[in-house]
Design a protein around this ligand. Structure first.
Ligand code: GLU
Length: 294
């Protein structure tokens, strides 16, 4: 007998959930139910400066109110840093990473000087492509320069990593990307440049933790919003480098506000908690998300 597929919803407790999260959580939960699969909840709380326990509590309360149930215990990423450190060490041993001391403002100044900000290369999220300031310095040299108060992040040397993998990567998209991408999608990790895989303030990153956890939890269908669709190229690359299994992907549309912008966690008046306190029912709120905007 084949084992049931495993789906997940993986919020970051850096703020209150909004209607986009409600839609995303229900999407994953309903997909699991339809497929006769299992449904997991994972708390992605690696950012200790922005994540708060009260947000976790509110997330659990909001999701129960939405009618979701999930398997226990819930995996909280902050409790599993060793797993990410092991994965990072594996990447370091492959010789495709380097330490980088550059701050955001140094990167910006460097790019500004080299090509000007307007002509600068940008990643799919619109951020500046890292201009390689520390790419060719040895880690020992960087370590010597690292004053105690200037911690380094770890970046992946994208060109080297792609060379090491040595073949074009693809993934199976069961939902759709922002441009209607579906079925077998070709990965373009080079579009991201040398991404950070371990941050200065925490020895991991979203990209590293998400691939490690999806593998450790046996997630077979990664359900999430289209805002991270293009990041799947990085995730596939990391999966191959770390010898992790390849899940299928199911990206869904995003809920927008009245101006057409993606909903943000900082708009407390638009939080699920706020809608609930105004007396809306689950059905009414899900109907709003069916229209694609609020
Ligand atoms: N924690 C991420 C977020 O809230 C999850 C993205 C994913 O599901 O991969 O955007």
């Amino acid at each position: 007998m084949t084992s049931p597929p495993i789906f997940r919803f993986a919020p970051s407790p850096t703020g209150l959930l909004h209607l986009g999260h409600a839609f995303s959580a229900r999407h994953a939960f309903d997909a699991a139910k339809t497929a006769g699969g299992r449904f997991l909840l994972r708390i992605e709380d690696i950012d200790h400066t922005r994540c708060r326990p009260e947000y976790v509590a509110q997330i659990l309360d909001d999701l129960s109110w939405l009618g979701l149930t999930w398997e226990k215990p819930v995996r909280c990423q902050s409790e599993h840093m060793d797993d990410y450190t092991r994965a990072l060490q594996k990447l370091e041993a492959l010789g495709i990473t380097y330490r980088c001391l550059a701050s955001r403002s140094e990167i910006k100044a460097h790019v500004e000087q080299r090509s000007g900000l307007e002509k600068a290369e940008r990643d799919p999220d619109g951020a500046l492509i890292y201009p390689g300031i520390y790419r060719n310095r040895s880690d020992q040299e960087t370590a010597r320069m690292t004053a105690a108060d200037r911690p380094a992040c770890v970046r992946i040397n994208m060109t080297k990593a792609i060379e090491l993998v040595g073949k074009n990567l693809t993934f199976q998209e069961k939902g759709s990307g922002p441009q209607g991408e579906r079925g077998e999608v070709i990965c373009n990790p080079q579009n991201w440049g040398d991404v950070v895989i371990a941050r200065k303030d925490t020895p991991t990153s979203y990209h590293l933790s998400v691939v490690v956890d999806d593998a450790l939890q046996g997630v077979s269908e990664v359900t999430r919003g289209q805002d991270v669709f293009y990041a799947t190229s990085i995730h596939r690359l990391l999966q191959v480098l770390l010898e992790l299994p390849q899940p299928d992907y199911n990206h869904h549309r995003l809920i927008k506000d009245e101006t057409g912008a993606k909903l943000s966690k900082s708009a407390a008046d638009k939080s699920l908690k706020a809608w609930r306190s105004q007396g809306y029912s689950v059905e009414e709120l899900l109907e709003v998300t069916d229209n694609g905007s609020i």
